[in-house]
Design a protein around this ligand. Sequence first.
Ligand code: FAD
Length: 395
Amino acid sequence: LPTQADVLIIGAGAAGLMCASVAGKRGRSVLVLDHANKVGKKILMSGGGRCNFTNLYTAPDNFYSENPHFCKSALARYTQWDFIALVEKHGISYHEKTLGQLFCDNKSRDIVDLLLAECREARAQIRTRCEIQRVEPLAPKGFEVHTALGKVVCESLVIATGGLSIPTMGATGFGYDLAKQFGHNIIPTRAALVPFTLNKRALARQQALPGTSLAVNASCGSGHFHEQMLFTHKGLSGPAVLQISSHWKKGMPVTFDLTPGLDLPEWLNAQRGKRQESFLHTVLAELWSKKLVQFFLQRNGIESKPLKQYSEQAIKVVGEKLQTWTLTPEGTEGYRTAEVTLGGVDTHEVSSRSMESMKQPGLYFIGEVLDVTGWLGGFNFQWAWASAHAAGGEV
Ligand code: FAD
């Protein structure tokens, strides 16, 4: 292990590797340390193995933070177009899946290889399987970092250790603990972009449904997402649920509009005029799968009869009951499966231009460890790239 580096980066994930390449290209000697057995593990598992590396429509509104203005500067100075240009420079083919989400055609490995190639070009050194034991500030500047492989002295120290999601992938609270050591406030963390769990009774009712999905409009608090919802063995998942989980706290109800864009009471009433002999369940099967029709009817205690047997008033009540589903999840699957961690290092105490700590000169925080959390759809990586780029130009 080198005993000295201009810049020491802890965490060889998305943000750490990006920052290493930018700082190295400025002529800084860079060392990246990670305790995991390989770099970029989350990148490798991201986007179902194809890494949703950015989003065409990235804007500050796609991020949650106690300090919503903080992300603007870095996102404006390193945009989705900059990262797309880098992807194209490396000849990586990609496609838009939906809603501006860009995925590799091939594998997430392409993005890790891109970052490693950039780091090689920048002469940044990377060491994995390196436990960090403690960090001590030096006077008048710099840090002494004690690791299982030896001691390193550096001028700038960058914390890129990410959030708490997926501990089995190497996630730790290291970044938060280090921030506290230097007097930083931590915005309380919680698992986000995570499936909901339901209680036993609710699960028993939906036991025929795991694997079934439908388009919904999910709402909770101030959040609204029009996306797919998926029934699982533990509860509910799918993009609509993952997105709305970032707005959810224990005890809050979540509402699903099960026919988004369609006024179900009016629609059913119109069918009643046209198809008097048809049964309610037959008509509903044009909107949902048969299994779902049965589930939603049973859940509301609605009996399926020929449409002519309902009055206008009665069919509208049926439509209202069926259109909206409000439930209170028991919980979430937690950090075990969450894609991200909400909260983190309070950005009121970090420079939005350089990501440098306002408490300790030479100390920087980038990526998910900060209290900046993106929506589902490539926004979290774009934040990692942008914040890393901002710090890489200053360290
Ligand atoms: P990370 O990429 O998590 O890197 C942190 C690094 O620090 C890791 O290498 C870790 O080993 C290391 N580290 C941690 N603690 C220590 C320690 N104590 N000592 C030394 N090293 C340490 N986002 C998207 O935008 N698009 C997607 O498609 C997407 N898919 C995802 C799928 C899954 C299953 C998950 C879990 C997340 C996904 N995300 C996605 C979120 C995205 O992966 C993260 O937001 C992003 O990786 C954060 O980058 P980072 O560099 O801050 O942290």
